[in-house]
Design a protein around this ligand. Structure first.
Ligand SMILES: [Zn+2]
Length: 113
């Protein structure tokens, strides 16, 4: 969808909370204790405006040393899917003597949160 908006999730350290809004539309935002919680509450609150499907999530302060973190997420209500960080989206991990399917995502490279 060409009109699909990106999502921004920003950590407010003095409140120790994550705040989420549509990129370029800071007027409506929602807070959460984690990125996943904040994004889920935000998408649920948007109702029909948050169409099911893929979204790009920008987290400007998730990693201070690497700048903005960009995540490809999928909103498939009630399921919210994030990239698997355990295997870095390879679907497998290195083990002694070779590789094995990632135990967290089962090779799917994404995990429901
Ligand atoms: Zn994985």
């Amino acid at each position: 969808m060409s009109n699909r908006r990106d999502i921004v999730c920003f950590f407010v350290s003095n409140l120790e909370t994550w705040v989420t809004w549509w990129d370029g539309m800071p007027g409506h935002s929602l807070k959460g204790r984690s990125i996943a919680t904040a994004v889920r509450h935000f998408l649920e609150s948007e109702g029909d405006y948050a169409e099911p499907g893929p979204y790009v999530l920008h987290c400007p302060t998730a990693r201070a040393d690497s700048g903005t973190l960009r995540l490809d997420i999928v909103w498939n209500p009630p399921m919210l899917v994030f990239p698997c960080d355990f295997c870095q989206q390879h679907g497998e991990i290195r083990v002694r003597g070779g590789r094995q399917v990632c135990p967290k995502c089962g090779g799917y490279k994404k995990v429901p949160v």
